[in-house]
Ligand binder design. Structure first.
Ligand code: FAD
Length: 383
């Protein structure tokens, strides 16, 4: 096998330039701070993201999609927090990737064009109060009614981010009470406003662009078209969960994390060049310089890892290992990048402190971050 490094293709370079310009124009630091304090993304910002035409980057062209990109747009949007990157993920990834990869022909026909225009947002309902990583043990039940539609009942989903603004929750259900493990799961598209759905926001200090909620399902009846992938994917939810969309989910979260870490390091670097102490810029002091160079070097390695995995995914080659590597390494690097800002520079007055210190690098799916006190404080171990 021969290896060669090439520049990013022209269309990705143009995409990065367009998104960077967007961030510079519509997401100035002052606005980001205000959104961060208010803990929500502004709808008019989302409208502008939709107009930028990037929501179709995960949608097939025949349904109105615009090429394919899995990491560049998120990485650039994340330079300014999660206020555009967050909802973008709810449209292009939770919606675009899931429906492209797993939707029935009718679902693609109906939903994909709206997703590409940024008109539909999705939330993901996987974990439950007692179920985190062990998704196959979920207790939220669903059965098929005589008319072929699913009835979801007796369920509670935890950490359902964006359920308050989404058009659909992609809800993982146990669809065969007597079925074998991994052969008893399905996904159902539930509109949050459906009869029987209630939600309660969970107080947390992580994703700053919106709430994450507990969502409960009383007796929620949907049409047959609400089964993700149609009736042939009933009880095949594990294949959906562990399929190609999971690799893309790992890449998308890693791209988000990389964008965050890059923003931290770049800001810290700028500050170290500007701030003078003892007659020189603090970046001239070796201890500070070492810290900056060390993080920047390791971040660059993570970036290569991520782009390598994204290349595999774009080629539609199996990449479970390649996509896991950056998703293990990047949260640690992001944490170190944030520590660089908070621990090393913030005490001296780094302007990044107020913007970023409350912003989580990624979700608690990463073992390195799952134990953070801010996260655990919101979880009752016995709930
Ligand atoms: C702010 C926030 C937003 C979220 N938004 C969403 C969302 O929109 N949609 C969604 O579906 N999920 C969401 N999640 C949930 C996230 O996907 C889960 O938190 C994740 O699956 C882990 O579950 P858990 O936190 O309950 O940890 P648990 O699974 O209970 O794990 C607790 C700890 O044990 C470790 N552990 C567990 N199993 C093993 C094992 N086999 N080997 C070694 N160690 C193990 C874990 O690494 C972790 O450190 C969100 C979480 C947070 C914090």
């Amino acid at each position: 096998m021969t290896w060669s490094f090439t520049d990013e293709p022209d269309h990705i370079r143009l995409l990065r330039d367009a998104v960077c310009e967007f961030v510079a124009r519509y997401m100035p630091d002052q606005s980001v701070r205000e959104w961060d304090r208010a803990h929500h993304f502004p709808p008019d910002l989302w409208q502008k993201v939709a107009e930028l035409g990037i929501c179709g980057l995960t949608v097939e062209e025949s349904y109105g999609g615009q090429g394919r990109d899995l990491v560049a747009a998120i990485e650039e949007l994340r330079q300014a927090g999660s206020f555009a990157a967050g909802p973008f993920i709810h449209a292009a990834f939770y919606g675009g990737v899931n429906i492209s990869e797993n939707g029935s022909p009718e679902q693609k026909e109906e939903l994909q064009p709206s997703i590409a225009r940024g008109e539909l947002l999705f939330a993901y309902g996987g974990p439950e109060p007692a179920i985190g990583g062990d998704r196959a043990s979920g207790k939220t039940k669903a059965r098929l009614r005589d008319d072929g539609g699913p009835a979801v009942s007796n369920g509670a989903k935890r950490w359902c981010t964006g359920a308050d603004f989404a058009d659909y929750i992609i809800c993982l259900v146990n669809s065969d009470a007597d079925g074998k493990r991994y052969r008893n799961l399905s996904f159902v598209l539930v509109p949050p406003g459906a009869d029987g759905v209630t939600m309660t926001p969970i107080e947390h200090s992580h994703l700053r662009y919106t709430a994450s909620s507990d969502v409960t399902f009383g007796d929620v009846n949907g049409p047959a078209s609400a089964i993700l992938g149609g009736s042939e994917l009933w009880n095949r939810g594990w294949d959906v969960l562990a399929g190609e969309a999971l690799e893309v989910e790992k890449l998308e979260i890693s791209a988000c994390t990389l964008g965050f870490a890059r923003a931290c390091v770049e800001e810290a670097w700028r500050y170290a060049e500007e701030r003078e102490q003892f007659g020189v810029a603090i970046g001239q002091h070796q201890a500070v310089r070492h810290a900056l160079v060390d993080v920047k070097t390791k971040l660059s390695a993570c970036r290569h890892m991520l782009h390598h995995a994204a290349w595999f995914a774009n080629e539609r080659r199996p990449c479970s290992v390649e996509s896991s590597m950056p998703s293990c390494s990047l949260p640690r690097m992001a944490w170190r990048s944030r520590s660089l800002v908070n621990g090393c520079l913030a005490p001296t007055g780094c302007p990044m402190h107020s913007t970023w210190s409350a912003t989580c690098a990624t979700c608690s799916a990463c073992p390195s971050l799952a134990g953070l006190p801010t996260c655990n404080a919101t979880i009752s171990p016995t709930a």
